[in-house]
Ligand binder design. Structure first.
Ligand code: HEC
Length: 280
């Protein structure tokens, strides 16, 4: 009961009508797209054809990947293994999260890149974690690196190695995290993402439990976000949803975030990753 009242209050505050006159925000039937969404998708397709601003970050990331950098003056291309061998980037993004024996952990792309920056190049984790996501006129180096690495998996199929028992275990944890209810409003991810056709502030919220929803949860990340004109990673998306959930902010590059990304990405296995995105 407490949960219901809090939900109603929050959703009343954050939801708006789908269009000026009629449909309430949550009532767009599953599988159907409303006018706002269709309009944005048209605009996005046009932008993508004309050149996604994300490509600038890809170029920057490529420079960072190839140059000797950091206190140890080492290049990632000569030292960092993203799972397919040292320096190999093609196809690496769609096969992460995966287990890395040298770190003894399952890691998503961003976490692995940060691990390489710390272990191979000698950067300090705390420095990288201080301001891990883009903001006003600022883009962390690891964001550009993730963008570069992700772009080299465009048009390849997601293939998270779920047969690996380490990965499977983390996948199961992710599944639990998605359903876990807590915080001042007793929200879980599923409160907002567990049904088809839910919308908040004109955004379509993917139902993470369905294959189609899982796919839309992973496509287009990392992506260039029109709001604020920033380049953002999938890790950022997770952190921001923890904020929406009124949970304490998870630690940067933590196990919890990897678990969520493992769950969502593996649910999209077999589907095509379309490359860098544009988000509203
Ligand atoms: C209070 C409601 C709420 C909760 C709880 C919530 N989210 Fe979200 N989520 C949103 C909203 C709103 C957006 C869209 C924001 C935007 O695009 O500006 C979103 C977007 C997303 C996206 C991106 C979808 C896309 O189209 O790219 C993913 C993935 C996601 N959430 C996952 C999660 C996960 C995992 C959790 C639990 C840790 C969670 N969310 C909890 C409201 C919520």
């Amino acid at each position: 009961m407490k949960y219901r009242i809090a939900m109603a209050a929050i959703l009343a505050l954050t939801m708006q009508a789908a269009s000026a006159q009629d449909k309430p925000a949550a009532a767009v039937p599953a599988g159907q797209k409303d006018a706002t969404t269709l309009e944005f998708e048209k605009f996005r397709t046009q932008m993508e054809q004309e050149g996604n601003p994300a490509e600038l970050f890809e170029l920057q990331g490529e420079e960072f990947w190839k140059a000797k950098r950091g206190p140890k003056n080492v290049a990632l291309t000569a030292s960092c293994d993203l799972g397919l061998g040292v320096g190999v980037v093609k196809g690496a993004y769609v096969q992460m999260p995966r287990y890395f024996a040298d770190a003894g952990k399952v890691m998503d792309a961003e976490r692995r890149i940060v691990w390489c920056m710390v272990e191979k190049q000698g950067y300090k984790f705390d420095d990288l974690a201080r301001r891990p996501f883009a903001g006003d006129n600022y883009t962390p180096e690891q964001t550009s690196l993730v963008t570069y690495v992700a772009a080299q998996s465009a048009n390849m199929k997601f293939a998270v190695p779920l047969k690996d028992p380490h990965v499977r275990e983390v996948y199961e944890i992710g599944k639990e995290v998605v359903a876990y209810r807590a915080g001042p409003y007793d929200f879980s991810c599923n409160t907002c993402h567990g049904a088809d056709g839910k919308r908040i502030r004109m955004q379509n919220l993917p139902n993470l439990g369905t294959p189609q929803g899982a796919l839309s949860a992973v496509l287009g990340w990392p992506g260039y976000r029109m709001t604020g004109s920033v380049m953002l990673t999938h890790q950022w998306r997770m952190s921001d949803c923890f904020r929406q959930q009124r949970f304490p902010q998870p630690k940067y590059a933590s196990d919890t975030i990897t678990a969520l990304l493992t769950y969502m990405t593996a649910n999209a296995n077999g589907h095509m990753y379309k490359g860098l995105g544009i988000k509203r």
